[in-house]
Design a protein around this ligand. Structure first.
Ligand code: ADP
Length: 346
């Protein structure tokens, strides 16, 4: 046997991925040891296998029943001529462990989503009672209260209202991928225009918003993209010095595979060492007295981007130097929604 052939046989015997060659009817012409192990069958040559053969780039996952229980393999195939017979070569990779971990992750994510939703939904009710009874006490005792006590009541009411805003923001957060519009072909420009229309009251006198670049169609959840743009542009309009009207530049670029948008402001900027923290829930850099907010906006943005299989980040040269928030989304929704999709409560 020539050396090349010997080495090839050694390679095929050693690799942990399965390699099969079948004829056009599915009869096995060749199987390496890994293929026999993955399929949990021996002496495969000459036997017929009901195995799907898909020509093409994308691997597909198939479900196998082995003695040890359920198993999954990732499969790829290509046409081949094998000792004069036309057939297919099939690559098999055992992905059972990956599938089990994914299933477990999905289950635990679903449970967490469910929990966050239930908590935020059910907590609003007692909170509303606190707010409305405090307001009632305030009005009915108005005459009898001294200034200090009235102030204490105001603080209590403000606190309860702020908590309600935070709970509402959490509710929004737990809705991503569950209660939002499904992935569909949408015009990014139309969604941007809707976001700008919603933000019109925040585009105060002297503020400028500039839109440039290429805004194509992409596969996305309309609600979520709207929310994403609204939050990022809203922040760009909000975080500026009072004497300096906001100037916001919104730019997008696209390749056939990727959509990238940048929202640049010339506002208060961000200390680069702090930028990783911003995308976490309830994380804020500014005192509430200076800029009000819940600290959920950017966490929601990150979740939306991840739901689309994309990335988000920020660049800033530091405090006072303005910031540029950017995100990238695949234009076709390649990633499965397995990790976020549930949908029980409404
Ligand atoms: P919120 O605006 O409700 O506080 P976000 O999650 O949207 O919550 O933002 C988190 C924090 O990130 C903000 O409190 C602020 O400190 C900082 N931040 C967000 N956007 C900008 C921006 N464009 N310029 C400077 N700081 C920003």
């Amino acid at each position: 046997m020539p050396e090349f052939q010997r080495n090839l046989n050694l390679i095929l015997d050693t690799i942990t991925d399965g390699v099969l060659v079948v004829d056009s009817l599915g009869m096995v012409l060749y199987a390496n040891p890994a293929a026999e192990r993955i399929l949990d069958r021996h002496e495969l040559v000459g036997k017929s296998l009901a195995i799907p053969i898909a020509d093409g780039e994308k691997p597909q996952d198939i479900n196998l029943i082995r003695h040890g229980g359920m198993a999954w393999a990732e499969l790829r195939s290509a046409p081949i001529e094998w000792e004069g017979v036309l057939g297919y070569v099939i690559g098999l990779r055992d992905v059972t462990v990956r599938k089990k971990v994914e299933d477990e992750l999905k289950r635990s994510n679903d449970e967490l989503d469910q929990f966050a939703y239930a908590v935020s939904h059910d907590m609003r009710e007692p909170l509303r009672m606190i707010t409305s009874y405090l307001a009632l006490i305030e009005t009915s005792l108005a005459e009898k209260l001294d200034e200090d006590t009235r102030q204490y009541l105001r603080f209590a009411i403000d606190g309860a209202k702020r908590m309600d805003r935070m709970i509402l923001a959490m509710l929004d957060f737990s809705r991503v991928g569950r209660k939002t519009a499904p992935m569909a072909a949408i015009s990014s420009r139309e969604v941007l225009d809707d976001a700008l229309a919603i933000l019109a009251p925040d585009i105060v006198a002297g503020a400028t918003v500039e839109v440039t670049g290429d805004w194509p169609e992409l596969a996305a959840s309309r609600d979520e993209l709207l929310r994403l743009l609204q939050n990022l542009i809203g922040n760009a309009l909000k975080y500026h010095e009072p004497e300096q009207p906001p100037h916001v530049e919104i730019h997008a670029e696209a390749t056939p595979a990727l959509f990238r948008a940048e929202i640049r402001d010339h506002g208060i900027g961000i200390e680069p060492s702090q930028s990783g923290r911003l995308f976490k829930v309830f994380s804020r850099l500014q005192a509430r007295a200076r800029f009000d907010g819940t600290g959920v906006g950017l966490a929601l943005c990150r979740r939306i981007v991840e739901h689309h299989g994309g990335r988000i980040g920020v660049e800033s040269a530091g405090e006072g130097a303005g910031s540029t928030f950017w995100f990238e989304l695949p234009r076709t929704h390649a990633r499965s929604e397995a990790l976020h999709e549930t949908g029980c409560r409404s």
